[in-house]
Write a new protein. Sequence first.
Length: 310
Amino acid sequence: KKSKGQELIDLVMKNLDLVEKDYFGLQFMDTHQVGHWLDPTKKIKKQVKIGPPYTLHFRVKFYAAEPHELGEELTRYHFFLQVKQDIARNKLEVPQRTAVDLAAYSLQSQLGDYDAELHGDDYMAEFKFFLTKIENWKFKFARSTKLLCKGLNPAECEVNFLRIVKGMDFYGVNLHSVVDQHKIEYELGLTPRGILVAREKKKVGLHYWPRIAKMTFKKKNYLLDVQEEVGDRQVHSYIYTLSSAQAAKHLWKCAVEHHTFFRLVKPANKPKRTSSFLRFGSRFRYSGRTEYQTQKDSRLSARKSLKFKR
């Protein structure tokens, strides 16, 4: 009852034997079915309100821009599983041609080269969820399996799978519904490069992290000051309104974490109330390690060979 989030996070990461653990987190749902990340600095009982039983999900929290280049095969494997789940749940939509190739790599990773005696008629059953809408999908799937995957081991398949998905606009993006100052509906999502702007499931813009001069929230509004170019005095102000003050703060907190993880060498100290970047309503800061620190440590401690069960 008195345990802080860090104790549970450490226990899970140790059980999974992860070295590059800072890309991952434990997520729980609030009463509105909005996902929140377990804060390692706060008591668990103060955060998770639904239960018992208490349900938390191990997930990728920060989607690496180059997931196929992550230091350890085990880390890449968990990214691979996460993206497969994102596709299965329609969180990440993929083009038809891409879907066939991804399914082929995924199947090869799991079962290896096709053997009619071993695999039978249900060989592709697991992957029909995003193939059945494709015209002549069985032929295309068989062709991709033969041309792309024959002879590849699981690790090679997963690297190729991740190399494809990393280029998709909505790879690793959780979308937040907003309305701008002109009453136009958009969705905002956080990426390693910045804040993605989408409309009707299409990317229409990106606020790059280096150009964001100020990022704040006030009541139901999420506010951004974005430079025309890095270091430029000309600044464009954006006001995005969310469904509630809680939703605005939640988006802001997620953005602070993403900015810190992907852009900074190390986490900033808890900001003063006069800080320009974290101006309104909260002194929240990201308490984990940054990607820079994670990559530096993984180069020193990464295991050259690690056997694990898929």
